[in-house]
Design a protein around this ligand. Structure first.
Ligand SMILES: CCCCCCCC(=O)SCCNC(=O)CCNC(=O)[C@H](O)C(C)(C)COP(=O)(O)OP(=O)(O)OC[C@H]1O[C@@H](n2cnc3c(N)ncnc32)[C@H](O)[C@@H]1OP(=O)(O)O
Length: 213
């Protein structure tokens, strides 16, 4: 497994950095959508590709040796900019902005576009599972007071989930020792499209931390 890295960047500096990186990731997200949907002539496609390759070289002039990992400072601020679901610097992430209503209850609203398509006009089933998995994991962590990993995730696809505005919701159903059962759903304006149940586990190696959380 990668690392949780203690990096002493003050929170005010993190705010400033995030204000720089968020619009960059938004622009790349827009690029993903444009790459899927463009109908410009082929020579323009090739010219755009050359420009993108030049931009990639500029960004790679200095970079981390591996993935971004999860970092934290001594002000209890944690940041996971590369995360596949909530990563602020990850253009593949929608990104999901999760609201922790209380420890054990969280929700998010998101608008999914062309990059998340599976069946025509519908969200890819694996994308639904990915978004719910993360939301449920954060929910199981009881607002970040303990570490939990997905043990088993069961998805029930009630009907197709249309691309567009969606609401996701998750709640802790019950707990037993180190096991936390979470129930969750995705819905559109007409109601629930996907339901999920998952068992999230406080790993043996983190159980001491959990007791302190
Ligand atoms: C805050 C950020 C949120 C991020 C959310 C993202 C969510 C994710 O995607 S996490 C990534 C995907 N998940 C993983 O990679 C997990 C990989 N698996 C593991 O690390 C381990 O197998 C882990 C942690 C699940 C269990 O390990 P360990 O703590 O050694 O379990 P162990 O002591 O054998 O079992 C503890 C209990 O859990 C049960 N259990 C173990 N594995 C599973 C499982 N896969 N499913 C269901 N139950 C399980 C056992 O039966 C046991 O139950 P009981 O106490 O009743 O006998």
């Amino acid at each position: 497994m990668g690392e949780f890295v203690h990096e002493e960047i003050p929170s005010t500096e993190l705010d400033r950095l995030e204000a720089t990186y968020r619009p960059l990731a938004d622009a790349v997200r827009d690029l993903l959508d444009a790459t899927i949907r463009t109908t410009v002539p082929e020579e323009q496609v090739r010219a755009a590709q050359a420009e993108i390759e030049a931009l990639v070289a500029r960004l790679r002039a200095e970079q981390l040796p591996g993935p971004a990992g999860v970092r934290f400072n001594s002000e209890a601020r944690a940041w996971n900019w590369g995360n596949a679901v909530v990563g602020l610097r990850n253009a593949v992430a929608p990104p999901l902005r999760i609201v922790h209503e209380s420890a054990g209850h969280a929700w998010a609203e998101v608008e999914l576009g062309a990059p998340y398509e599976g069946p025509p006009g519908l969200v890819h089933g694996g994308v639904s599972a990915m978004l719910l998995d993360h939301l449920m994991g954060e929910t199981a962590s009881a607002a970040f007071t303990r570490v939990t990993f997905t043990g088993t995730l069961t998805m029930t696809y009630r009907r197709g989930t249309p691309l567009g505005p969606l609401r996701l919701e998750a709640r802790i159903d019950r707990e037993e020792g180190r096991k936390v059962w979470v129930v969750a759903s995705i819905g559109d304006a007409d109601g629930v499209t996907v339901e999920a149940e998952g068992v999230f586990i406080v790993p043996a190696w983190a159980a001491g931390e959990a007791a302190r959380g």
